[in-house]
Design a protein around this ligand. Structure first.
Ligand code: ADP
Ligand code: MG
Length: 327
């Protein structure tokens, strides 16, 4: 099919895959009657590519929302996803279809669903162990570091937008939903009110400049929620939540944060700081003692991994994955 050159919100990035009409979509993909959790603006459905049998997630996005033309915003989301294809911590965009009133983003299917489900689970065997949280947090930071190196801020990092390739056994993370993401540059200030109340940084509430540090606040909230199952700033209502954030009203007395070495606590405290410039960067976080591999779970080197995968012996593989090299 034909590919159209596109203008995007930010001229620094240009998507190159967009084509097609409804008939081609229906010819190529079938939609079993499974609807995944509904987000704010999108309906996401599992779909199957007819010619390959591969499963994908189809994100259906209306081009008009509340009477406004949102096509360029969708194009921006597509462009960011294309830019991020080099990182396997970001969900892969397979194809985009444009219909009369909606656009469909065909994405790699993350079969394990949102990490949110495990964060809030009461079942002992479903909730994350600290080792799980460390491994998943490393992966989240690798993805965030990639985005920040490419001047992209996500601005909506929360457990509903971090998915898993599988839930049991626990797979790897995929960052999704670039609907609020923005390009940041040193010569242009960005101030906007956006994001989800519980995860939003103080500077967003105060209408102060947004930067990569804004995502790092959300990373701190994510680490807290994944470890304790508690949303640290959540109040009875939106106002109370905002007040808790702007006054940094957070309790560190949860038992998961009171381990003898307190490294998890120290990690979270390097991120939940009011001043954006005081927060650790994604790169610094990856070097934090909490996220270092202990001897028993030392990651395999690339060579060892290759040997392990080519070997016919039945030895079980390590449950930890090696970190993505910072690119
Ligand atoms: P919204 O902008 O509406 O929040 P999202 O991109 O976050 O849209 O998608 C909404 C929900 O759909 C996600 O929270 C997740 O549960 C599900 N979802 C999105 N992308 C995928 C995917 N690639 N694989 C599996 N589920 C997905
Ligand atoms: Mg979302």
């Amino acid at each position: 099919c034909q590919q159209h050159p596109l203008n995007v919100l930010n001229s620094e990035i240009t998507p190159n895959t967009l084509c097609i009409c409804e008939a081609v979509f229906q010819n190529k993909l079938s939609l079993p009657a499974i609807t995944l959790p509904v987000g704010k603006f999108a309906v996401v459905r599992k779909c199957v590519e007819k010619c390959t049998g591969h499963e994908y997630a189809a994100k259906f996005m209306r081009k008009r929302r509340k009477g406004q033309d949102c096509r360029m915003e969708i194009i921006h989301e597509i462009a960011v996803l294309e830019l991020a294809t080099a990182s396997h911590r970001v969900v892969n965009l397979h194809q985009v279809y444009e219909m009369a009133s909606e656009m469909v983003l065909v994405l790699e299917f993350a079969a394990g669903g949102e990490i949110f489900n495990q964060c809030v689970s009461d079942e002992e065997d479903e909730a994350f162990s600290e080792e799980d949280v460390k491994r998943l947090m490393r992966q989240i930071l690798e993805g965030v570091s990639f985005l920040h190196q490419n001047n992209v801020v996500h601005l909506d990092l929360k457990p509903q937008n971090i998915l898993l390739t599988s839930s049991s056994p626990l797979g790897d993370i995929k960052i999704v939903d670039f609907g609020l993401s923005r390009m940041v540059s040193s010569h242009q200030e960005l101030r906007e009110i956006m994001g989800t109340p519980e995860y939003v940084a103080p500077e967003v509430l105060n209408y102060e400049p947004i930067s990569t540090a804004t995502d790092m606040w959300s990373a701190g909230v994510l680490a807290y929620v994944m470890l304790t199952g508690i949303s640290p700033f959540l109040g009875e209502n939106k106002q109370e939540t905002f007040l808790n954030i702007s006054q940094l009203n957070v309790s560190y007395s949860e038992e998961e944060l009171q381990q003898p070495d307190r490294t998890a606590l120290s990690f979270i405290q390097t991120l939940l700081r009011k001043q954006p410039q005081d927060r650790a960067t994604a790169e610094q976080c990856l070097k934090h003692p909490w996220l270092q591999f202990s001897e028993v779970q030392e990651p395999q080197t690339a060579v060892e991994e290759q040997q392990a995968s080519s070997s016919t012996s039945s030895s079980t593989s390590s449950s930890t994955s090696s970190p993505e090299p910072a690119s």
